[in-house]
Design a protein around this ligand. Structure first.
Ligand SMILES: CCCC(=O)SCCNC(=O)CCNC(=O)[C@H](O)C(C)(C)COP(=O)(O)OP(=O)(O)OC[C@H]1O[C@@H](n2cnc3c(N)ncnc32)[C@H](O)[C@@H]1OP(=O)(O)O
Length: 221
């Protein structure tokens, strides 16, 4: 399915229900994933937003040769986690049939691939946790900062799904492929003390850190 066609299917699903959640570029350096009633999971509206945000960032990156600040992606603190994947309630029209699932996967795969390809440092600031598609989003960043009490979980298998947003391929590049496959098949949580954390977690933020990315600031010095 072409991305433009996928976008139309996702837009039709977005139009079927009330708008729930938004993805916003709050400044050229911060993307906020916000769906407070659904643990910042991605509704169809948010998938469309996210595609537009990445298009805007591609424009900035092309124009502003001096754009050196990292781009930070974070979940709305009111949603308590980074991102709980697809909003399974708002995405019900998409998840109901194969065409809808393919459209969601095609659009999100394209968006996260373009995010990953941006010529700037992309940081995922993971409070609470990243689940399902949220874990896939985390793999599209260059750097993952995990709160000390947070976890990254490819929960797809527990829902009879496979990672459709490109996260499996990215995880295979981050970890030994056998380990990536095992984490996906068993939905094993990756916590800061997990044996796989050194491959996936670049920095652990303690609860009393004033900034979600404290260890990154020296990069800019
Ligand atoms: C290819 C992509 C496929 C996917 O991403 S499928 C979705 C995979 N994600 C999941 O299965 C995550 C399911 N959620 C959870 O495990 C937990 O809610 C989570 C994120 C650990 C947060 O736990 P808690 O802090 O205890 O909060 P909670 O469970 O009470 O949730 C708060 C409200 O958020 C809702 N929610 C959480 N994840 C959601 C989701 N993915 N889609 C839609 N709604 C979701 C949850 O139903 C609850 O709503 P309500 O307060 O009961 O109305």
């Amino acid at each position: 399915m072409a991305v433009a066609a996928a976008r139309c299917v996702v837009a039709a699903a977005a139009a079927m229900g009330p708008t729930r959640g938004r993805v916003r570029l709050r400044s050229p350096t911060e993307v906020m994933v916000s769906n407070v009633e659904a643990a910042n999971a991605m509704s169809p509206t948010m998938m469309l937003d996210f595609a537009d945000v990445v298009t805007e960032l591609e424009g900035y990156a092309e124009d502003a040769q001096g754009l050196v600040d990292p781009l930070i992606i974070r979940g709305d603190p009111k949603g308590r986690v980074f991102c709980a994947g697809a909003d399974v309630k708002a995405c019900a029209p998409l998840l109901a049939d194969a065409d809808g699932r393919m459209a969601m996967a095609t659009l999100m795969h394209d968006t996260l691939s373009r995010l990953h390809a941006l010529p700037l440092l992309v940081v995922a600031a993971i409070d609470g946790g990243a689940f399902g598609g949220g874990a896939e989003l985390a793999t599209a960043a260059d750097v993952r900062v995990l709160a000390a009490d947070a976890r990254i979980v490819f929960v797809h298998a527990t829902r009879g799904m496979s990672p459709g947003w490109g996260g499996a391929a990215r995880l295979k590049r981050l970890l030994p492929p056998e380990a990536a496959m095992r984490l996906i098949l068993t939905a094993t949580p990756i916590t800061p003390d997990s044996p796989w954390a050194p491959w996936l977690v670049d920095c652990v933020a303690q609860a009393d850190d004033a900034s979600p990315t404290p260890a990154l600031w020296p990069i800019g010095d």
